[in-house]
Design a binder for this molecule. Structure first.
Ligand SMILES: [Zn+2]
Length: 172
């Protein structure tokens, strides 16, 4: 399920120190591409095709490298590869189109969703999600604390400006 992928990427951000945005985006992009193509447009025999191949990894990583630089591209690759590894419980067409893959009979979206929600591995995904939340909680709190305006907190430049203005107005 998608939150399992997000949890793994969040843990990679925390423990492998890869950038947050690309590793989290790469956790969901393979499914977004292939599920939309399969369920939305009726393409491919399965909800896992080009987004779940090494060709997909290579092409998207080159785009990430060109647009966002090496550090973000590494985060992207880590998130993308881990998505495919986590999908290994089913068919992952890693080497398509060089290798032909046989997929189980296609199910409609609701049946696929229900099957995902009743799998025993869902417990593992919940566990990973809780771990990820606990691991990143201090960072979220720090980010919120730093971005929230706090009464009485002055930055040095502002304090100096404010003092200068006050002194100038007192002098005149
Ligand atoms: Zn997937």
């Amino acid at each position: 399920m998608i939150f399992g992928h997000l949890a793994v990427s969040a843990l990679e951000h925390r423990y492998v120190q890869v950038p947050f945005v690309p590793v989290m985006a790469a956790a969901v992009v393979p499914d977004i591409i292939d599920k939309i193509m399969h369920y939305g447009f009726g393409q491919h025999a399965s909800g896992r095709m080009w987004g779940h191949t090494l060709v997909g990894v290579a092409v998207s990583s080159l785009v990430a490298l060109a647009l966002f630089g090496k550090r973000n591209a590494i985060g992207w690759i880590v998130g993308y590869i881990s998505h495919l590894v986590c999908d290994s419980g089913g068919v992952v067409p890693w080497f398509a189109p060089l290798v032909q893959y046989e997929f189980p009979p296609a199910m409609d979206f609701i049946t696929t969703l229900w099957t995902g929600l009743t799998k025993p591995t869902l417990i593992l995904e919940f566990g990973l999600a809780i771990w990820a939340i606990l691991a990143l909680k201090p960072r979220f709190i720090e980010t919120i604390r730093l971005s929230a305006p706090m009464p009485g907190r002055h930055f040095p430049a502002q304090s100096d400006d404010a003092r200068g203005t006050t002194c100038a107005s007192e002098r005149s």
